[in-house]
Write a protein that binds this ligand. Structure first.
Ligand code: FES
Length: 103
């Protein structure tokens, strides 16, 4: 069972850009790449850096604090396959990026 959580208006995310969103007491990183939206847990597992404020190169985000890199589509760390950031299934509902979270 899951619930749908609205995060942010589509228009608030720049093309091929990102946003950091606080919702439901958590921080999410939202990315818009070639018209597709991706959402990661927004807290970097290294030391808590803001992945929603990272630099994008294609689907790779670089954490602004120490440079760890993740594929925003899969959550996989680019160098260490044992590290995987949580990802969320996204939906666009009423022009908002929404995710599915466990109920
Ligand atoms: S906090 Fe993200 S790389 Fe260190």
């Amino acid at each position: 069972m899951s619930q749908v959580l609205p995060l942010i208006k589509v228009t608030e995310i720049p093309t091929d850009g990102s946003a950091e969103v606080v919702a439901n007491g958590r921080i999410f990183a939202v990315y818009r790449i070639e018209g597709i939206f991706y959402v990661l847990d927004g807290i970097c597992p290294h030391a808590g850096g803001p992945l929603g404020k990272g630099t994008l190169n294609g689907k790779i985000v670089t954490c602004p604090w120490h440079g760890w890199q993740f594929d925003v589509a899969t959550g996989h760390h680019c160098l260490n396959s044992r590290i995987c950031q949580a990802t969320y299934r996204t939906h666009i509902i009423n022009d908002e990026v929404c995710i599915e979270i466990p109920a």
